[in-house]
Design a protein around this ligand. Structure first.
Ligand code: MRU
Length: 357
């Protein structure tokens, strides 16, 4: 089945599919400068929490590779600036900070082991490629755990794009749907458009259509209508950051879907890697919510669709843990009370879970 490739490390540089241009055009850019990678993350050439993490890891590796530093100390000083620039791009997705912490740890290990700049550079490139490989494996595992919870047949709903484009693997929420579909479950996906950036209409609809998974595109204000119909068997979304108590930040609009799901007895699931946990914060109140440009609300592809008035654009909202029936991760399924289940999953493997802004 078709799996989109949002990012790839090559000898020529980091190649990214420009997600701003989808579905109209499939255009890729090649990056050799970490500053350009930071810009690409900020401007959403690449987006989706795990994919942002992969891009940050590759950006850090690019920075080290193309540095003109002549000593490990000089490289170290430069590396701090490289990571700071990449960290300043998007504040909500914790995968970004998780990936940078991991690259920093590897840098410390490498410089402790050798002064050979060539070896340090190669080690950093290998680590970035490893992060990408692990994301692919993570998605597969999450998909297997989550697929069990999908209905045998009928409608399921998602939000935004938590597919291959958002992770670099098969996707988190869409990975679950794809795995269930490949197992023979006859699913039909309801895809809310996800205003204002239209990740649902532009990206999820594109991915599902290319993958041959049946879908119906709906506008965001149709969500309640469809959930009330009694025909939706489950909802599965991705996550940008999960606090210690299970409160989950995801694309704006997710919270209202979760509340409507509860009202209509539809199970609301989250699929997210353990690297999305932020156990350093007690609850969702502490999650930084990215404010994006109002122009993304007042304009559509450069065309004004509202008068010249004030517009708000919080890019994410927080779904309280009480609305979440289960969280699918690569290490198993977390259930309430999340304070215990998330901590137990976090400590059951080797991934770091202390990333912070
Ligand atoms: O602003 P975006 O497009 O980066 O937001 C993406 C989402 O909210 C996704 O649902 C989330 O990152 C999970 S992606 C597997």
């Amino acid at each position: 089945m078709y799996v989109a490739q949002p990012i790839e490390w090559t000898d020529r540089g980091v190649i990214m599919l420009d997600q701003r241009r989808l579905p109209g055009e499939e255009i890729s850019h090649t990056y050799t400068d970490y500053r350009e990678v930071a810009k690409a993350i900020r401007e959403m050439v690449i987006r989706g929490a795990p994919a942002i993490g992969v891009a940050a890891a590759m950006g850090a590796a690019l920075g080290v590779m193309h540095s003109s530093a002549k000593s490990a100390e000089a490289l170290g000083a430069e590396f701090t600036g490289i990571c700071a620039a990449l960290a300043k791009t998007r504040p909500t997705a914790v995968d970004l900070f998780w990936a940078l912490e991991r690259m920093k740890r590897r840098f410390v290990e490498l410089t402790a082991a050798t002064c050979d700049l060539g070896k340090i550079r190669q080690g950093m490139v290998d680590e970035a490629k490893q992060v990408h490989l692990e994301k692919k494996a993570t998605d597969e595992a999450m998909g297997r755990f989550g697929a069990e919870f999908m209905p045998r047949e009928g409608q399921v709903m998602t939000q935004c794009n938590a597919g291959a484009l958002a992770t670099g693997g098969i996707g988190s929420a869409l990975g679950v749907i794809r795995t269930a579909f490949e197992q023979g479950k006859k699913l039909h996906v309801l895809v809310p458009e996800t205003r204002p950036y239209l990740q649902g209409a532009r990206l999820t609809a594109w991915e599902l259509h290319k993958g041959g998974i049946p879908l119906t595109l709906i506008t965001d204000n149709m969500v309640g209508h469809f959930l009330k119909s009694g025909k939706v068997g489950a909802i599965v979304t991705g996550a940008d950051r999960i606090a210690a108590n299970g409160d989950t930040a995801n694309k704006i609009g997710t919270y209202q879907i979760a509340v409507l799901a509860k009202e209509n007895n539809v199970p609301f699931y989250v699929a997210a890697p353990v690297s999305t946990f932020d156990l350093s914060i007690p609850d969702g109140e502490h999650i930084p919510i990215e404010e994006r440009s109002a122009a993304e609300v007042t304009h559509f592809q450069g065309v004004r669709i509202a008068p010249d008035v004030h517009a708000a654009h919080p890019a994410f909202d927080v779904t309280p843990a009480r609305y979440i029936a289960a969280i699918f991760t690569e290490r198993g399924v977390a259930r309430a009370p999340y304070k215990d289940s998330l901590r137990s999953l976090a400590s059951s493997g080797h991934a770091a879970v202390t990333a912070r802004t």
